[in-house]
Design a protein around this ligand. Structure first.
Ligand code: AMP
Length: 558
């Protein structure tokens, strides 16, 4: 398929915000595509290509655009400053290029895909130069419109609003297949390219034949948040309580002697966790199975759970693994089993799955089946909950013993109960100019907390800012940009420094220690609740000591 066809589709997708319209545009594209192109398209459209860490920085893209368009770097930087988007910068500068190549080759989706996928592979001496040449080479061959989307793809900023749900629905529409069937096949084999290929080649019958493949990751069951412990208990006839550990979801696959470990995002982390592989080989009695659990980092000195961020260092680490195992050993808590000796357990109740799990694993100190409390008694449940918090855990899970296993968050089989954190009033001390639909607006806000006379960064917020006002309490991008503009002190590239003036109320999931921010703390999943500028000056914003205090009381970390 010609890349220009895909670029036209991106342009159409950007124009429309309706999910149904996006689905229809994509369905048309999928219908046209050859079976071979389908796999590439699924990867390239959902952005999973750029998550391969292309290792290309903004400054390298600036150089490449300069090379491809015959402009000095300073000109590219100026255009970028004006447009706030490197894709548009590439489009504009390549459009005004004086000399056009005479024999321009037409780019195919495959050419672009191959080039991007190859970027992380370029390493060693002179790799920066070779990467630059590779990106510039492809931009030279591109039309202005193609260049815009190639740049965005490389930077992982495609932002055409195609989440996996839309792609899934577009496969169903393109090949006239029941949406539910596409979804269930995808849950068992979360590879859209593969699903699209099978749907095109063999239709419904082909999708029905997709089964669990031990060694390939599966989508996982997630929990909904319950407003209270009482609500959670009342939700099920037959509830069971478990501690909600603060670690990393680990899906462990065992087939004979081979063990693989995956995260909830389907990343293969087997190499990073040889300790888990070893424990699994010793503890799992079953010949072939897939089990679900949470790996928690432990402090080797005190043998108490470490915060999640410490353990997350192990996921990213590709070298010195043995050293990391000593520094951050893990304890694996197993809570479910989804496949056993050739059979999927999705349609078997949790009560039955648990029995099978107990028969499949020999618990040890570091690799053990999670303890449960079967109760509907609020008092007993509260004791269990308080104990979990006192141990430094996140909260508890309340699970339906009668339910099967179905991936997704809204399936209603698990409920999480954890303390809600009080909102913080913080001031905005910086930001980043948005790209794509957010061009011309401050798209992300840098939050600051007060420390005597100074303001220290403590998080970055983009969630909660609306494009259009649908409710009185909504804060739009336009509104926040208008409020912030008079207080901008300086700009560097797309980053802005802002005088502390605008105060916002911010909700979040958790406070974490973080060397990334000046305060030493970061809010996890911050979201804008409302503007507080009318009621509060920056001098009354929440302080670093408040954040420190909230950090110590959360999860019983006293
Ligand atoms: P959340 O990420 O807040 O939506 O909560 C769901 C996550 O909690 C799961 O993906 C697991 O990683 C984690 N978790 C910790 N303990 C348990 C447990 N006992 N049962 C299920 N999930 C758990």
């Amino acid at each position: 398929m010609k890349y220009s066809v895909l670029a036209d589709v991106y342009e159409e997708l950007e124009k429309h915000s309706s999910k149904l319209k996006k689905r229809d545009i994509l369905a048309e594209l999928l219908k046209e595509a050859s079976v071979k192109d389908l796999g590439l398209l699924a990867k390239i459209i959902t952005g999973s290509v750029s998550s391969l860490e292309t290792g290309v920085s903004t400054s390298m893209i600036i150089k490449a655009i300069g090379k491809a368009s015959g402009n000095p770097e300073s000109e590219v930087k100026n255009t970028f400053k004006r447009k706030g988007d490197l894709g548009i910068t590439a489009e504009e500068l390549i459009k005004s290029k004086k000399q056009r190549a005479l024999l321009k080759k037409e780019l195919s989706v495959e050419n672009v895909y191959d080039e991007i996928v190859n970027l992380p592979e370029i390493s060693g001496k002179g790799s920066q130069e070779r990467k630059l040449n590779s990106v510039a080479g492809i931009l030279i061959a591109a039309t202005p419109k193609e260049a815009k989307y190639i740049v965005r793809t490389i930077l992982g900023q495609l932002r055409v609003g195609v989440a996996q749900g839309i792609l899934r629905d577009s496969i169903a529409k393109a090949f006239d297949i029941d949406k539910k069937l596409v979804e269930s096949a995808w849950n068992l084999n979360p590879d859209f390219g593969k699903i699209a290929e099978v749907a095109k080649k063999d239709g419904e019958e082909g999708l029905k034949k997709i089964v669990i493949d031990v060694g390939s990751p599966l989508m996982v069951l997630l929990a909904e948040k319950s407003p209270s412990l009482k609500d959670a208990l009342e939700s099920y006839e037959n509830p069971v309580l478990e501690v909600k550990f603060d670690g990393v979801r680990t899906q462990i696959h065992k087939k004979g002697d081979v063990v693989k470990v995956f995260t909830r995002k389907l990343e293969d982390v087997t190499k990073q966790f040889p300790d888990i592989v070893k424990m699994a080989k010793t503890s799992i009695i079953a010949k072939e199975c897939i089990i679900d659990g949470e790996a928690v980092g432990m402090d080797p000195k005190t043998n108490t759970p470490l915060p999640f961020q410490k353990l997350s260092r192990r996921i990213q680490r590709k070298y010195d693994i043995e050293k990391m195992i000593k520094e951050i050993p893990v304890e694996v808590n197993i809570f479910d089993i989804t496949y056993l000796n050739g059979k999927s357990l999705y349609n078997i109740s949790f009560k039955e799955r648990r029995k099978l799990l107990e028969k499949s694993i020999k618990s040890t100190k570091d690799f053990k089946i999670t303890k449960q409390l079967k109760t509907k008694d609020l008092k007993k449940a509260e004791d269990f909950y308080n104990k979990a918090l006192a141990q430094g855990q996140e909260g508890i899970m309340v699970k339906n013993l009668e339910a099967g296993y179905q991936p997704g968050r809204k399936v209603g089989y698990w409920l999480k109960v954890k303390p809600t954190m009080e909102n913080l009033d913080l001031t905005i001390i910086g930001g980043v100019w948005g790209t794509g639909k957010r061009t011309g607006f401050v798209g992300s806000l840098i939050l600051g907390c007060r420390d005597k006379e100074k303001f220290l960064t403590c998080g970055m917020l983009g969630t909660g800012l609306k494009e259009k006002k649908t409710d009185d309490t909504d804060v739009t991008l336009e509104e926040i940009t208008r409020l912030l503009k008079p207080h901008i002190i300086s700009e560097k590239g797309s980053s802005i420094e802002i005088n502390p003036h605008v105060v916002v109320e911010v909700g979040y999931e958790e406070i974490q220690k973080s060397p990334k921010y000046e305060s030493g703390y970061a809010l996890r999943f911050p979201r804008l609740i409302r503007l507080r500028t009318m009621e509060k000056p920056a001098s009354q914003a929440d302080t670093l000591s408040r954040i420190k205090y909230l950090y110590t009381i959360q999860k019983g970390k006293k």
